[in-house]
Every structure is written in structure tokens, then in C-alpha cells.
Design a protein around this ligand. Structure first.
Ligand code: ADP
Length: 471
């Protein structure tokens, strides 16, 4: 906050002219009536003193008025011009106090003046709405017509309002926005505060979805198991061969039920956190390498993966990026056809266009589709993980539905175990990481799934700080 000396009050020329006029007329009258020079001097002095007192009182009022104007101005600019006067200092302290209190709020807070200017923000609101320091128009920051209308309405009526706001991009978000008017002297302002209700709403939805999905999906394998138990207790009681076969099927069904529950739980957990982008740094190369090394030897021998050994940093959680790699590699091994190779390609420090091209434009003549895309972020760098198989490929019409929950492509999934949740899990992890998921496939050639994830600028090899240790 900069401090400047107060501007002097300008001379009030009309008042001065009126005083001189009044003195002149009064002098003329006194001298005309009394013809006495002494009386003339005393009279003029008397009238002069009365006018001087009146002028001084007027000047006080003018000062107070200017002071009020400065206060309004200070409130609007967020800064404060000072005079040496106590009242102004109190107000300056009050404004400083209010600004510090707003800054400390964990919820986004915005203050708007009558001209639609943003005159107050806090860190939470600057982060939430990506407000640049130069941005001053409220409507340039909040682009939702219903919020802009509500602010206008609160200015017009002075009555507070509360709105529920839902956004879908880049991830689902639920917010409660409170808008209230307040005045400083004669200037009116509006305070908008935003409460994030995503977590509460998502956990409510998660519970409902989990119950619906679990009860629906578990019913079939459970009915199978009950049927086999009845057969084993009745007609097949003495049939040893049938008993072994049925027990084997029951084991598979129970296994499927347990995988379903664990996939549904993972999905719910990721969805619950999807609006909170990760902040950790993880080495994608090491994460993929660990997944490959954990595969049984017969599967590992099918993998073609030759990392160059350099870490490939992503802004992401280790467990979640491993889950992406595990699900895509597992699918490629499962649907790629027995004994066929699975190629894993990692590339890093790419701009968005190059990342997208490397991720899904490698096979001429193939069908391709982005299954989820991040919001545009200027200058962001990405790394890509592409997993290619040499399987039967997926027909074009199935591509758009691939990351839907429980969607399985009959031609490729028949006879293969699975829950239909693997790609949905990958998609939600990628969304949370503000990355993208794409598929490229050609029947007879194979399928490639790829993800691209944001990388941290500060860890880019060319950019990182030079080492202080002598070579
Ligand atoms: P799951 O594998 O458990 O069925 P996913 O969500 O991982 O579930 O995959 C959904 C469906 O997409 C699979 O059932 C399969 O039909 C198809 N699919 C996934 N990956 C491939 C692949 N690499 N090649 C062919 N089809 C695939």
C-alpha cells in the first residue's frame, strides 16, 4: 500500500467573491447611513469576522466531504490515501484488517464494486478462478451468466442470495455461492463467497452408485453360486467329476465378485478425489518398470519395454499412475492374443500437440478417439505412455463407449475374465491428474491405449537448476 500526502483543499472562488461583494455593499450602506468613517471601519470588521467564521465552518464541511470521497476511493482500489487525520487512520486500519481477514479465508472470496470491478480477492479465489494480477473485470473472471445476473440483482435489491453451482469441466464440481451487498459510506459493494461442496455431494453419489452397481453386478455371479450349491446338494451329490467342475466354476464366480467389489471401491475412491489435482512428483518410468517386473515370467517375456533410464517426472500420485500402467498392460496382455508382443512406449517433455500426436497418431489407417481430454493449459508439458498390442483390434463403433463402466466389447471380451471397470478407473485417474486418455485401433492390426500426463516444469532436465556439487 503506498502512502501519499493529502491534496490541499482548493480555494473556493465563488465564496470569496460573495464575501468581497457583501463587504463592499455593507461598507457602502454603513457609510451612506452614518457618514462616519470610524463606524464604517468597525462595521466592516464586524461583518468580516462573521463571514470568516461562516467560511471556516463551510471549509470544515468541504474537508469532511473530500475525506468521504477518499474513503470510497480507497475501498474501491484496495489501496488507501492518507491524511494525518485520526479518522482516516482508523479507517485505513479497518480496511487493512478486513483485507487480511478475507485473505485468511480458506474459501474463495471476491469483492465487486458498483462498476463491475473486482476490488478484492483472496488467494483461494485467485487460485480457483485463475485470476491474473491485472484482471479487474468481474465478468471476465466469472463467466457464468447466472452468477453475473445474481450479482447484478443483489446490487439492485440489496438482498442476499445463495446459489448452487455445478460444473463438469475439467471435473465434476459442486459449489454453494453466497452473494451479499454491503456499503461503505455511499458506495455499495457485493461480497461473493464460494463453498466447495464437491466432496459431500460426491460421497453421497458414490454411496448410491456403489450400492446400485454392486447389487446389480453381484446378483449374476451370486445366483450362479447358489445354483451350483443347490445342484451339489441334490442331483450331483454323488457325482465326483461334476462336483470338481462346479467347485471350479464357483471359485471363478467368487473371484469375479471379489474383483468387482475391489474395482468398484477403487473407482469410488478416485471419483471422490477427482476434483483435487495431485501435487506429488512421481517418476513414470520407474512406476511402469515396477509393474512390468511384477508380472509372471510368461507375461513378462511378451513385454517390449526399453526405458532409457532417465526419470520421467509427472505431477501425480505413485499408486495411481501405477494403476494406469497396470490396467493398460493387463488389458493388452489379456486381449492382445496369446503369445503376441506388447510394446510399451514412454516419451516426455512434450507440448500438448506433440503429446497428442505421439499418443494416438502412430498407425496410418487406424481409427482413433480421445476418451478424455484435459483443459487447455498454456505452456504445459506432457509425457505419454502408449501400450500397443497385436490383438484383433476393436471395431470403430465401440470406441466411444470404451471407458464407460461395465462396457465390454463382446467380440474381444468373450471368454476373458474382467469387470468392465479397468478403463473407467484409468479415465478417472487421468481426469484427476488433468491429463488425457486416447485409443487407436485397427482390426487385424491391434489396439493402442495411451495416456498423457502433465509434467512439472521445474524438473524438466534442460530447465533444472545446475548442480552445486563440483563435477
Ligand atoms: P475389463 O478388461 O475388466 O473387461 P476394461 O474396462 O479394462 O474392463 O475394458 C473394457 C472392454 O474394452 C474390455 O472388456 C474389452 O472388450 C475392451 N478392451 C480393452 N482393452 C482392449 C484391448 N487392448 N484390445 C481389445 N479390446 C480391449
Amino acid at each position: 500500500m503506498s502512502e501519499t500526502t493529502p491534496e490541499p483543499i482548493p480555494p473556493n472562488w465563488p465564496v470569496i467573491a460573495t464575501i468581497l461583494g457583501v463587504l463592499f455593499v455593507a461598507g457602502g450602506l454603513i457609510y451612506g447611513l452614518s457618514q462616519d468613517v470610524g463606524l464604517l471601519v468597525v462595521g466592516i470588521l464586524g461583518v468580516g469576522v462573521c463571514l470568516a467564521v461562516g467560511w471556516w465552518l463551510g471549509a470544515e464541511t468541504t474537508t469532511a466531504h473530500l475525506e468521504t470521497q477518499r474513503l470510497a476511493e480507497a475501498a474501491q482500489t484496495g489501496g488507501m490515501r492518507t491524511s494525518g487525520m485520526g479518522r482516516l487512520d482508523d479507517t485505513r486500519d479497518a480496511i487493512r484488517f478486513a483485507r487480511a481477514a478475507i485473505e485468511a479465508s480458506p474459501d474463495p472470496v471476491l469483492i465487486i464494486d458498483q462498476n463491475g470491478r473486482l476490488v478484492g480477492t483472496n488467494q483461494a479465489s485467485r487460485d480457483r478462478y485463475s485470476i491474473d494480477p491485472g484482471q479487474s473485470r468481474f465478468s471476465a473472471v466469472i463467466r457464468r451468466p447466472n452468477l453475473v445476473e445474481a450479482v447484478d440483482e443483489v446490487f439492485a435489491t440489496g438482498e442476499s442470495r445463495t446459489l448452487s453451482v455445478e460444473s463438469r469441466v475439467p471435473v465434476d464440481r459442486y459449489e454453494r455461492v453466497s452473494i451479499a451487498a454491503f456499503s461503505v459510506d455511499s458506495s455499495r459493494f457485493v461480497l461473493m463467497s464460494v463453498q466447495d461442496e464437491t466432496e459431500a455431494r460426491m460421497s453421497e453419489r458414490m454411496r448410491a452408485d456403489f450400492l446400485a452397481n454392486a447389487s446389480h453386478e453381484l446378483r449374476t455371479p451370486l445366483a450362479g453360486i447358489i445354483g451350483f450349491i443347490e445342484t451339489l446338494r441334490g442331483p450331483a451329490r454323488e457325482d465326483e467329476a461334476a462336483r470338481d467342475r462346479f467347485l471350479e466354476i464357483m471359485h471363478l464366480q467368487a473371484d469375479r465378485m471379489s474383483r468387482l467389489i475391489s474395482d468398484l471401491l477403487s473407482l469410488s475412491r478416485i471419483e471422490l478425489n477427482e476434483h483435487v489435482a495431485p501435487t506429488a512428483r512421481s517418476d513414470f518410468t520407474a512406476a511402469v518398470q515396477e509393474i512390468v517386473e511384477s508380472l509372471p515370467p510368461d507375461k513378462q517375456s511378451r513385454i517390449r519395454f526399453a526405458p532409457d533410464g532417465d526419470p520421467l517426472w509427472v505431477i501425480g500420485d505413485w499408486d495411481e499412475i501405477q494403476q494406469i500402467a497396470a490396467n493398460l498392460i493387463d488389458n493388452a496382455l489379456k486381449y492382445g492374443g496369446a503369445d503376441s508382443p506388447v510394446k510399451i512406449k514412454l516419451n516426455g517433455w512434450l507440448d500438448r500437440e506433440t503429446a497428442l500426436r505421439l499418443a494416438m497418431r502412430d498407425w496410418e489407417g487406424a481409427s482413433r478417439l480421445p476418451l478424455t481430454s484435459p483443459e487447455l493449459e498454456r505452456d504445459r508439458l506432457y509425457c505419454t505412455l502408449r501400450v500397443e498390442d497385436a490383438g484383433p483390434g476393436i471395431a470403430r463403433q465401440h470406441l466411444p463407449r470404451l471407458s464407460e463402466r461395465f462396457y465390454r466389447v463382446e467380440e474381444t471380451a468373450t471368454g476373458k475374465s474382467g469387470t468392465g471397470l479397468g478403463l473407467a478407473i484409468v479415465k478417472h485417474i487421468v481426469n484427476r491428474h488433468r491429463g488425457g486418455l486416447v485409443v487407436e485401433s485397427e482390426q487385424g492390426r491391434g489396439t493402442a491405449f495411451a495416456v498423457y500426463l502433465p509434467q512439472p516444469f521445474e524438473l524438466e532436465p534442460a530447465r533444472s537448476e545446475p548442480s552445486l556439487t563440483p563435477a
